[in-house]
Design a protein around this ligand. Structure first.
Ligand SMILES: Cc1ncc(COP(=O)(O)O)c(C=O)c1O
Length: 304
């Protein structure tokens, strides 16, 4: 994302619209190039940003929109692209959590002007270490980003600008090329497991389930409930691991104190942080029924 922003010449004085509820990496990339992240609240049902939440944040300093397809659910890209075009803004998709997802017949990571996908090992398409990919169909951006990731050089020992070393390791690339063939299969399996969770948990009214959407690739299966910590402890006591994505939103992190946000500035985001719980889900996971049973027993035996 840093390379994508730099390739677009986004820097000091520029504003980039970003979800308030994302992994901190999205915000960090904007700050790393000297620009300002302008957070907007997600839709409480999809947990993603959309044209309605983005539009009021656009002003004369806005240069780009950085939508995040959180948890594997694509943002409504047609409307976001239309809004961007109307205001002459760039779009950079943070495709870290939704490799292989499709919306309106097009893959995520192919909508924005330049987009970043993560192959961190736990992602739907994971490498054996850190890795990532930039996608663009713009020849000039392609050339610039290839140079920026190679110390700002497109010809050996001739440097046009100050770049970094961020080349994708060939061994990781070779592995990813083979794994890529299985991505659709793995996503189909994730959808099946998510469907099992949805069916098993549908009658527990204390739980908000992920939005039911065919486009969802379920990088994470995130439920929400007020008694999240007690439920996580109950599951933990039954050897069921859960995670929280993410317990503290970027605007309340020490790293962003300088922006002087306060508790209550982004109530939807804060509510998600306080109530979200990611249930175990991965290719080959065979214990959905046990997890559902354990959640049901929590709600049967405790008063909520
Ligand atoms: C939404 C989001 N953006 C960005 C990143 C950063 O990706 P990476 O760890 O490959 O730099 C991640 C995951 O780590 C993420 O979940």
């Amino acid at each position: 994302m840093v390379l994508s922003l730099r390739a677009l010449s986004i820097g000091a004085g520029d504003e980039v619209i970003v979800p308030a509820n994302t992994y901190i990496a999205t915000w960090n990339a904007i700050c790393m190039v000297g620009a300002v992240p302008v957070p907007v609240e997600p839709d409480p049902v999809t947990m993603n940003i959309d044209a309605r939440s983005i539009a009021p944040a656009i002003n004369a300093k806005t240069k780009a929109i950085l939508p995040v397809h959180l948890y594997g659910l694509p943002c409504p890209m047609s409307e976001i692209m239309a809004l961007a075009q109307q205001h002459h803004l760039y779009v950079i998709e943070d495709n870290a959590q939704s490799a292989g997802a499709t919306i309106d017949g097009r893959k995520t990571g192919s909508w924005g002007h330049i987009n970043a996908t993560s192959f961190y090992p736990t992602k739907n398409l994971g490498a054996l270490g850190d890795a990532g990919l930039i996608t663009t169909d713009d020849a000039a951006l392609n050339a610039r980003v290839r140079s920026l990731r190679n110390y700002g050089s497109s010809q050996r020992y001739i440097n046009q600008e100050i770049g970094i070393n961020s080349r994708l390791d060939e061994l990781q690339a070779a592995l990813l090329r083979v794994k890529l063939r299985k991505l659709d299969l793995w996503i189909a399996e994730r959808k099946k497991l998510a469907g099992q969770y949805m069916e098993g948990l549908k009658d527990i009214h204390a739980i908000t389930l992920p939005v039911s959407d065919d486009h969802h690739t379920y990088h994470l299966f995130v439920i929400r409930c007020k008694e999240r910590d007690a439920l996580a402890a109950h599951l933990g006591a039954h050897q069921i691991s859960t995670l929280i994505h993410y317990p503290v939103p970027p605007h309340l992190q020490e790293a962003y104190q300088f922006m002087q946000f306060r508790h209550g500035d982004f109530p939807i985001t804060e509510e998600i942080a306080d109530t979200c719980l990611s249930l175990p889900l991965y290719y080959g996971f065979q214990q959905v029924d046990e997890v559902v049973e354990s959640i049901c027993s929590f709600y049967t035996h405790t008063k909520h």
